[in-house]
Design a binder for this molecule. Structure first.
Ligand SMILES: [Zn+2]
Length: 346
């Protein structure tokens, strides 16, 4: 039975019921789960996720966050995959009842495991269809359900849910880039100035590979305040907190290509009195000729000279991708991004 399609309103460990072989498409970094070399996917291209009404009552912030994260996967252009939402009302869960259940359970308190995705499949030799995927979130963790924060010591339920849903649709861990499917929290962190918990560039390529859908090219550049710091790990970009007029500061920034084709663009660097970086702000510099292939994410450093004519005070500093607006993008609101901390100009 197909239920209502989800509309907009973890780090985890993958425990499997069979041997899993990591498999990498040589052209891209994303990894996906396999059985005997076959991609593990939902053959129909969609599946129902049954949210526990005991753990996450309908209308609760948990429920809203889960549905929004399913929607983010559904909304990836040029992927035909869709999650649908159902309700698990019996207060129980089983890894072998054929229903994809989402629930809270006690895993390890405030330990290293935030959530676990359990996957089961059968007829591996003939079919690689996933039979069931359950997602358990650790009830012992300190969670919050709103937009991801750069500073909270609690865990973003949205970022972890997005990661686990990525496992649920067939993606594996990808530690070679800043990624939603990165092993360790915060799994690449949020994107853009609205701190969107949404699939990063490489994960988008991964879901497109598993569930391809033909169509025209998609262009979408995005900025992020996180960077890859090592295998599986991520951290905030290093950004200045003090600047002196007549001297330069170093700004670290990350951009990614969420689209399906290579884009060429320029990057503006600005000093702003508010956190909305725009062409109305004071331009400190421009990088011309930047380009990013589909699925690419990169972190760079930019030295920026602070003119002596700047009035001393506290400012936001940040980037505006495609500042001249020459790339027509599916989402234009994730191009501008202020650094996490404001900078004091002296
Ligand atoms: Zn994981």
């Amino acid at each position: 039975m197909m239920l209502s399609k989800v509309t907009k309103i973890a780090t985890g460990i993958t425990l499997t019921f069979g041997a899993i072989l990591g498999s990498i498409d040589p052209a891209s970094a994303y990894s996906y789960r396999t059985c005997n070399g076959n991609k593990l996917v939902y053959g129909s291209g969609w599946t129902n996720m049954y949210i526990s009404t005991t753990s996450m009552p309908p209308g609760s912030s948990w429920d809203t966050a889960l549905q929004n994260m399913m929607y983010e996967w559904n909304a990836v252009p040029r992927s035909r995959f869709n999650f649908y939402v159902g309700r698990d009302t019996d207060g129980r869960h089983s890894k072998s009842n054929g229903r994809n259940e989402v629930y809270f359970t006690s895993i390890d308190g405030r330990g290293g495991t935030l959530a676990v995705t359990y996957t089961r499949w059968s007829f591996c030799f003939f079919s690689s269809s996933i039979q069931e995927t359950d997602i358990a979130f650790d009830s012992g963790e300190s969670w919050y359900t709103g937009a991801p924060s750069y500073t909270s010591s609690s865990r973003s339920f949205r970022l972890v849910a997005l990661h686990e849903f990525g496992h649920a649709l067939g993606l594996g861990h990808e530690d070679r880039s800043l990624e939603t499917m990165n092993s360790f929290y915060p799994n690449g962190g949020p994107i853009g100035r609205f701190r969107s918990a949404a699939p990063h560039a490489d994960s988008r390529q991964g879901v497109r590979y598993l569930y391809p859908q033909s169509g025209s090219s998609v262009r979408d550049l995005a900025a992020c305040n996180y960077k890859r710091t090592g295998s599986g790990t991520t951290g905030l970009n290093i950004q200045p907190t003090i600047a002196y007029r007549g001297r330069s500061v170093n700004l670290q920034y990350t951009f990614e290509n969420l689209g399906t084709v290579t884009s060429n663009f320029n990057i503006g660097f600005y000093l702003s009195t508010n956190d909305y970086i725009s062409t109305y702000d004071r331009l400190l510099g421009t990088n011309y000729g930047a380009w990013a292939s589909a699925g690419y994410t990169g972190t760079f450093n930019r030295s920026l000279y602070i003119p002596t004519s700047v009035t001393p005070g506290t400012y936001y500093i940040g980037v505006l991708l495609d500042r001249s607006g020459t790339v027509a993008e599916t989402n234009e609101s994730n191009n501008n991004l202020a650094a996490v901390n404001r900078v004091v100009v002296r």
